[in-house]
Design a binder for this molecule. Sequence first.
Ligand code: ZN
Length: 136
Amino acid sequence: MTSEYRKPIPEMDEVSKTFWKGLQRRELLIQRCRDCGRYQFYPRPLCVHCWGEDLQWIRSEGRGAVYSYSIVRQNMMSGFAQELPYVFAVVELEEGVRLSTNIVRCEPDKVSVGMPVIVDFERITSEITLPKFRPL
Ligand code: ZN
């Protein structure tokens, strides 16, 4: 954590609160529908597959693969400019859901589609920890 964190900070709401609390404990939680058995991300009050309301929180192992990515070489926004180049990526977890994230602890040019990754937690404030991913 740094008091100098200058990038946008996510806001918790009633639905996402459990997700953010999990990240504080270094647990990546995703929702699973008890009606149809499927997973979803990001957190929502209803199942996106069957509209069921009986959702449970599951702790993901945080393993997945790079589904898509882009190496960002230009970003003038405060907080981002100092980290160039960085990798913005969509990671598909083994549970089948996809997250927008960053690939960290890896040279950007070494990232590839399909590369196995695992969650890597970045605490940015006392309340917010972000799920990033590193090579497995
Ligand atoms: Zn469902």
